[in-house]
Ligand binder design. Structure first.
Ligand SMILES: Cc1ncc(COP(=O)(O)O)c(C=O)c1O
Length: 411
């Protein structure tokens, strides 16, 4: 290991994230990211990795997409900075209009945030104000971030770790369980249901036929708002602009973050129906975020939206994800160790045998030049999400490396 990598690890162990370093070290992964470009990450010592974790969708367009890098440089040259949330901003207005036009239903407003957790907090606050109800229904081991309300809407155990769980206000039900959702909503006291369209940290279980539409129908019957957390699934990865569109759901609120930033400048957003966003006409200072919708961030996000809304992108995602599905099917037929493929467009979860199957695969793939991460709440499922521009030769390379990694694990 080079001295510079060793120094990076020891400084982070001492001052930043000792426990994370211990865990990855135990698995045998000592990645310190150096150069990065397109689908590739390079370890500080030069090892190349194909990135199919893409930080949960942050690198939806790949690393340092040239148009995004150019946009960021342009923003700086145009003498933009964070801006000031007190005043109108041409860029915030334009990006809000683009998001609303790209969203299903009758969205009316857009509130910007600095990250996904803050955006989820805004979504929950909006729903509570609109309904004058406090209860929020989410799914068991969903993940919506780690800020106050977003953290409380996720795994109760993690919220409790910081004494921030609110069991009387946040109810979790199993995913794909219509009866449990009905029971949680029938008292007509819930402000919102918040759902990742395909829950990533839970291991990408796909919504069963009609499940999301049934939840939306129950929301309508009970006066509950539907919040679609599209932080990981949005921005064309599923083959539709928002993954909810694949499942015939028109949400009241959509949350976007991660890839919305182009992986280059932090920015997130909440898209709101007229009812959900009515508070914006009542109290302009009810939510304030100095960095939320920074003008540099909006300039970058505008370029992201321009790129992902090009018609050829969705065509490409549909064609290449079918090719990926064929490759994964062949691997599954060959190896019993790969027990299930969960795929929707370029969102894929690969379930391996054994409780820790995906942890073994993360390490074996790392040794074979691929960075793919296990799902935090189901260590048997590997998160496998290539960037949007993946082509057939790269899919072939990934299939060869998956094959080699599976053989290494199985032996
Ligand atoms: C589905 C989902 N929602 C929200 C968030 C929170 O985003 P952030 O980490 O930017 O706060 C995440 C982050 O991983 C996420 O995966």
């Amino acid at each position: 290991m080079s001295a510079s990598k060793d120094m990076a690890i020891s400084l982070n162990r001492q001052y930043v994230c000792p426990e994370k370093i211990r865990i990855f070290h135990e698995i045998g992964i000592d990645l310190v990211i150096g150069r990065r470009e397109g689908p590739y990450l390079y370890d500080l010592d030069g090892k190349q990795l194909i990135d199919v974790h893409i930080n949960g969708g942050t690198y939806n367009l790949g690393h340092r997409h040239p148009e995004i890098v150019a946009a960021l440089k342009e923003a700086l040259e145009m003498s933009l900075d964070i801006g000031n949330h007190h005043f109108p901003s041409p860029l915030r207005g334009e990006v809000a209009q683009m998001l609303i036009r790209l969203s299903p239903g009758d969205m009316k407003y857009c509130v910007f945030a600095a990250g996904g957790g803050e955006a989820v907090d805004i979504a929950i606050k909006s729903a509570r104000h609109a309904t004058k109800r406090r209860k929020i229904v989410s799914i068991d081991k969903g993940y919506h971030g780690r800020t106050g309300l977003s953290g409380a809407a996720g795994n109760a155990k993690t919220a409790a770790f910081f004494l921030s769980d609110r069991p009387e206000e946040f109810i979790a039900v199993p995913f794909n369980d219509v009866a449990a959702m009905n029971e949680a909503l029938e008292k007509q006291d819930a402000a919102a249901v918040i759902l990742e369209t395909i829950p990533a940290t839970l291991g990408f279980p796909l919504p069963e036929n009609g499940y999301l539409a049934a939840v939306k129908a129950m929301c309508e019957q009970t006066g509950t708002l539907y919040i679609a957390d599209e932080v990981q699934t949005g921005l064309a990865r599923s083959g539709k602009f928002w993954a909810v569109e694949k499942f015939d759901v028109i949400p009241d609120i959509i949350v976007t973050a991660k890839g919305f930033s182009g992986g280059m400048y932090p920015v997130a957003a909440v898209i709101l129906s007229g009812k959900a966003g009515a508070w914006l006409t009542e109290d302009g200072f009810a939510h304030v975020s100095t960095f939320g919708g920074s003008e540099i961030g909006c300039y970058v996000a505008k370029k992201v939206l321009e790129i992902v809304s090009r018609p050829e992108i969705l065509d490409h995602v549909c064609r290449i994800s079918a090719y990926l599905a064929d490759g994964l099917k062949m691997l599954q037929e060959k190896h019993n160790f790969l027990v299930e493929v969960r795929q929707c467009g370029l969102i894929a979860g690969l379930k391996f045998a054994g409780e820790m199957g995906a942890v073994l695969m993360s390490k074996a793939l790392y040794d074979n030049g691929v960075w793919a991460m296990f799902s935090g709440y189901d260590l048997s499922v590997l998160q496998f999400k290539p960037y949007l521009f993946i082509d057939r030769p790269l899919v072939d390379t990934l299939m060869e490396r998956l094959d080699a990694a599976i053989r290494a694990c199985a032996s």
